[in-house]
Design a protein around this ligand. Structure first.
Ligand code: MCA
Ligand code: AMP
Length: 502
């Protein structure tokens, strides 16, 4: 049977007694034991009626078992659909419904709230807690540790990852076996990962960064991971001397630099620090090198494409740039109106093409056609520039997007929510600089004529229905929004006005 992702990432580890996962309590899972567990998950999925191509939606804490569920999905030919643990039931309802998931795995603590959503969508609900307990793991415990791997084609889906859009509606990016495998291969090669590496893994595993960039790379290389539930500076600093590499969002690195315990000695065993998901300030790059002697390697990617570019492992890692296209990936900077490629040095919209580029948006052919050209180039919506030496820089965004601590927040989604609240005439949501999260959210509300807005009630509704990281950290009421002569809201003026509030 051939199953491209399983055969390359997982199957080679069958029976290996080498360390794969070191957890936060000091327990170690070997590669072989992990593979046995993955097979038990695959058997459990089959017992629950999950068929090849079915979506398995998961809203669970990070744990070794959660990773085995991912592996089990790949082995059983299912499509893994991880969801941000911060999502509220109101948000989850959309993802479960839109994806048509056959199985929804959630934390036992939220089973009561989420059962109606599963029932309304004809989907089976099982639970899995961060400590590995739950109704799914009860079923898994009684399964066999071997499983006939389901055959898959390179173009079959392995994962569905939802990414919000400028229209406010989330789109499911369809990622195939070819997409994920080609990217893992390119990254292992570029970043020189081997079976001797130990990756400090403190990222969430519901996004491309922690799941595919970090985990797939380590599986392919055959190394080990210090698998932490979240980024806790005390634990990270404690475990860093055991690691050889770390991947993180810029907030990880600024938080480490803010800690006086972070020193050259603690980083002495490391060979590589990688940053991505949001821009790394050149100043952070420089402070990091001064403190540790390491130059952070910055790379650039998207949910739809996994990784596109990276600074070089051996050559100069240039601060403020995201380096060069990965092997097999093409990048070009284009005119936003005509789509024509621009001369080197000019700023335009970045387009990318390669085996990493997704298959399209789930059940949204029009959206797919808008962003994925017939010739295979994907229009990223990021504004970029290529310098004389070929280094690519992301200099801005053509899309209205805020990145807070590595999480994407689409203002449109929050504006639509705020506009629907009692007494709100209209709203504008902007991102402004934040010392810890890079950017953070400010909301400006215009009340309907003669209405006094109940800000407390609005904030309570936001807290109930929107994931925590999307919550505006400042909400202000104004008489009117700044507009240009065409009537378009001038967000730049608002950004200037609130530039220094955090
Ligand atoms: C947590 N909170 C946040 C964020 N994270 N608010 C805004 N932005 C955030 N990113 C909320 C918490 O719920 C809490 O709310 C309050 O902020 C303070 O939480 P704190 O303890 O400081 O947060 P934390 O738990 O330490 O988390 C911060 C974090 C985390 C470690 C930076 O957000 C994180 O792990 N980010 C990584 C994101 C990531 O993996 N992105 C990859 C996307 P309250 O005060 O109300 O209780 S994939 C991608 O972008 C592409 C493919 C790519 O290129 O990688
Ligand atoms: P996501 O939709 O979560 O996959 O986020 C992808 C977006 O994150 C990209 O379109 C960029 O805007 C941004 N991004 C990722 N890596 C970097 C980076 N190294 N520098 C600047 N922006 C980045």
């Amino acid at each position: 049977m051939t199953n491209p992702l399983f055969d390359a990432l997982f199957a080679p580890h069958s029976g290996r007694d080498t360390a794969f996962l070191h957890d936060v309590n000091g327990q170690t899972t070997t590669h072989g034991a992990f593979l046995d567990e993955a097979a038990r998950y695959a058997n459990a999925l089959t017992a629950l009626g999950v068929k090849p191509g079915d979506r398995v939606a998961v809203h669970i804490q990070k744990s070794p078992q959660a990773l085995a569920l991912y592996a089990g999905c790949v082995q059983a030919g299912a499509v893994f659909l991880p969801l941000n643990t911060a999502y509220t039931p109101a948000e989850l309802e959309y993802f479960v419904g839109d994806s048509g998931a056959a199985l929804f795995v959630c934390d036992p603590a939220e089973a009561e709230d989420l059962t109606p959503i599963a029932e309304a969508n004809g989907c089976t609900l099982r639970t899995l807690a961060g400590d590995g307990s739950g109704t799914l793991s009860d079923l898994v415990a009684g399964q066999k540790s071997d499983f006939d791997t389901v055959a898959r084609d390179e173009d079959d889906l392995a994962a569905l990852l939802y990414t919000s859009g400028t229209t406010g509606r989330s789109k499911g990016a369809m990622l195939t076996h070819r997409n994920l495998l080609s990217n893992a291969r390119a990254l292992v090669e570029c970043w020189r990962f081997t079976a001797d590496d130990v990756l400090l893994h403190a990222l969430p595993i519901f996004h491309s960064h922690g799941l595919f960039v970090a985990t797939n790379v380590m599986l392919l290389a055959g190394g080990a991971m210090i698998f932490l539930p979240k980024f806790d500076p005390d634990i990270v600093l404690d475990r860093l001397p055991e690691a050889t590499a770390m991947m993180g969002v810029p907030t990880f690195y600024t938080r480490l630099l803010d800690d006086p315990r972070f020193s050259t000695e603690r980083a002495a065993h490391m060979r590589l620090f990688i940053s991505g998901s949001a821009p790394l300030l050149a100043e952070t790059h420089e402070r990091f090198e001064a403190r540790t002697g390491h130059r952070i390697l910055e790379r650039y990617g998207m949910t739809e494409t996994s990784m596109n570019t990276s600074n070089p492992y051996d050559g100069e890692r240039r601060a403020g740039t995201v380096g060069f296209a990965l092997p097999g990936v093409e990048v070009k900077v284009c005119d936003s109106q005509t789509g024509a490629e621009l001369p080197q040095g000019e700023i335009g919209v970045l387009e990318v093409r390669g085996p990493n580029v997704f298959k399209g948006y789930w059940r949204m052919p029009e959206k797919t056609a808008e962003e994925l050209r017939a010739d295979g180039f994907f229009i990223t919506g990021d504004l970029a520039q290529i310098d004389a030496d070929g280094y690519l820089s992301i200099v801005g965004r053509g899309k209205d997007l805020i990145i807070s601590g590595g999480y994407n927040i689409y203002p449109k989604e929050i504006e639509m929510f705020l506009d629907a609240q009692d007494g709100v005439q209209e709203s504008a949501v902007i991102g402004v600089p934040h010392p810890d999260f890079g950017e953070s959210v400010v909301a400006v509300l215009v009340p309907q004529t003669g209405v006094t807005l109940d800000l407390q009630a609005i904030e309570a509704a936001v807290k109930r229905d929107l994931a925590n990281f999307k919550r505006p950290r400042l909400t202000e009421i104004v008489k009117e929004l700044p507009r240009n002569t065409m009537g378009k809201v001038q967000k730049n003026q608002l950004r200037d006005r609130y530039r220094s509030v955090f």
